[in-house]
Write a protein of this length. Structure first.
Length: 71
């Protein structure tokens, strides 16, 4: 199952730092791009639908590090 999550950041600089960190992210293979302006990032990844989605949890933690929140 393909999952999409969008995060909004307080500044474009923080969104870009988040985006750059995802390029070399060891937790899971994700596709990320700027979305609806320079302050938001859209992430797409595959989730098998079984059990807890640890990728989503890790993404939330990483976004929080850059003052981002899921929208």
């Amino acid at each position: 199952m393909q999952t999409e999550i969008c995060y909004r950041f307080t500044r474009a600089q923080l969104a870009n730092r988040f985006l750059n960190e995802l390029k070399h992210w060891p937790v899971a293979e994700v596709k990320a791009k700027l979305y609806q302006g320079a302050n938001s990032v859209k992430i797409t990844y595959e989730f098998d639908g079984k059990g807890f989605d640890y990728t989503c949890s890790e993404l939330d933690d990483l976004a929080n590090k850059y003052q981002g929140e899921e929208v």
